[in-house]
Write a protein of this length. Sequence first.
Length: 179
Amino acid sequence: MSRVGKKPIPVPEKTKVSYKDRVLSVQGEKGSLTRSIHPSVELEIEDSLIHIRVETEDRKIRALQGLMRSLVANMVTGVSSGFERVLEINGVGYRADVKGKQIEFNLGYSHPINFDIPDGINVAIDKNNVLRLSGIDKELLGHTAAAIRRLRPPEPYKGKGVKYAEEHIRRKAGKTGTK
């Protein structure tokens, strides 16, 4: 049984937290986020600590306690320091370029792919093949990175495609060609 939900969440000095009508608002140096809190879970803010409490010890409610704790902790971390995901584009002629609120990808198809950048996500491209996505909302950042990776997932023979920087692609040997 995980005890993640019982851990208090420390609030940094320059971060303001307000909780009213089951809606949590967190404001910090990088921006502000809001989220509605599940009715089975209670939030208590005291002495720059946020405690997540539940009334019953039901299994599903305990799982919601851990979920809400990690969501609130990600909100606090996001507005104070932010999150970043790094994607790499591997392949001959594969590249990306930012044009306004879109990223134009050349990924080996017969046409370029235009990807709309959601609000709240910042994109920086290094050397035409390294994308740095950053933002304060970890959930939106993860969805955006996954959507970009889905444009051309890495293949196991040559490793061509879009992959996360920390991802390891298991390679296959390919044909041997016996005669």
